[in-house]
Design a protein around this ligand. Structure first.
Ligand code: NAP
Length: 289
């Protein structure tokens, strides 16, 4: 069985370590965290391996997962470089969505990659049963990609490969869909609050429509899911809403206009006429009064 070392066994690292250990794919070997107690806790969670006090004292391994926080990955790779120097056939990877495999260049001749699971590891115990079915974006050397493709598939994940130069575009796509959706929810709640609807009632009111909209987008795609005043070219309603929002919260009105322009772009790919689109763009682009 191939061996796996982990530098930074936190929520993601210990979850993957345990899943691979239980799948009989990798034997967890040395685990290093800055804090020895947290490394010991990770070893207990994984159910195998030994906590190391330093990177230098870690055993040799076939696979090296650097899953410390993003800002520490480059420094951890620097410290590991001497240990891996001149050793062929080793695979070193990290799981950051924001960074490409280039941050591991110092580890060559090891084969390097990044493997970003599109999953939230907020609760590792829960992730043990929910990670399966998630997608993992792989990027880097072909040897490492092929090996990690098998490793993630062995624990039930789907994989896709992306080009190194386009990794930040890929990551922006996930950020827009998850983080920006959260920001949109906040804008919606602020608008309901201005209408005198408390947060609890607003969330209750929103739940079915938000979930239904998400479902429509998944099955029909955004073009066919867009409904409402902009899709209908209802200029009067859009103007009234923009003015109402401006009268209570200029920032909220600004976001309404900006996102409205994105809706017009989308609606043009559907039924919205060029004439209605042009009038909506003019209205939504107007400087704030
Ligand atoms: N969490 C997610 O949902 C998720 C999803 C996809 C990708 N990722 C990626 O997965 C990686 C890990 O994220 P995470 O959420 O698992 O982080 P985390 O829970 O904060 O775990 C990070 C671990 O790294 C250790 N650590 C920090 N600095 C270190 C260093 N210099 N050397 C060695 N160990 C160090 C920490 O322990 P000590 O403090 O004891 O050192 C901790 O155990 C990141 O690259 C992140 O972008 C996370």
């Amino acid at each position: 069985m191939k061996t796996l070392n982990i530098i930074g066994a936190g929520r993601l690292g210990k979850t993957l370590g345990r899943l691979w250990q239980e799948a009989g794919l990798f034997r967890a070997q040395s685990i290093y965290n800055r804090n020895l107690d947290s490394a010991i806790a990770a070893v207990e969670f994984i159910g195998a391996g030994q906590a190391s006090c330093t990177i230098e004292s870690m055993a040799d391994a076939d696979y090296w997962l650097i899953s410390c926080i993003d800002s520490e990955i480059a420094a951890a790779a620097e410290r590991l470089a001497d240990k891996l120097a001149q050793r062929e056939g080793i695979i070193a990877f990290h799981c950051s969505g924001a960074l490409s495999s280039q941050v591991l260049e110092v580890l060559r001749p090891a084969s390097i990659a990044s493997a970003h699971p599109v999953h939230s590891f907020a609760e590792p115990l829960r992730s043990l049963s929910t990670l399966s079915g998630s997608s993992v974006a792989l990027e880097g050397d072909s040897f490492a990609i092929a090996a990690l493709d098998s490793a993630f598939r062995a624990i039930g994940c789907e994989t896709l490969t992306i080009e190194s130069q386009r990794k930040s575009l890929y990551h922006a796509g996930s950020v827009i869909a998850s983080n920006y959706l959260t920001a949109l929810m906040d804008l919606s709640l602020r608008s309901f609050a201005a209408a005198g609807i408390d947060r609890h009632s607003a969330l209750k009111l929103l739940e079915p429509i938000v979930l239904q909209t998400a479902q429509n987008n998944m099955t029909l795609g955004p073009e066919k899911s867009l409904t409402g005043p902009i899709a209908r070219g209802d200029l009067e309603t859009v103007a009234t809403q923009a003015e109402s929002l401006a009268s209570v919260d200029s920032q909220l009105a600004h976001h309404y206009r900006q996102l409205g322009l994105a809706c017009v772009e989308l609606a043009r790919r559907g039924q919205l006429s060029d004439e209605s689109a042009a009038r909506l763009i003019e209205l939504l682009s107007e400087p704030m009064r």
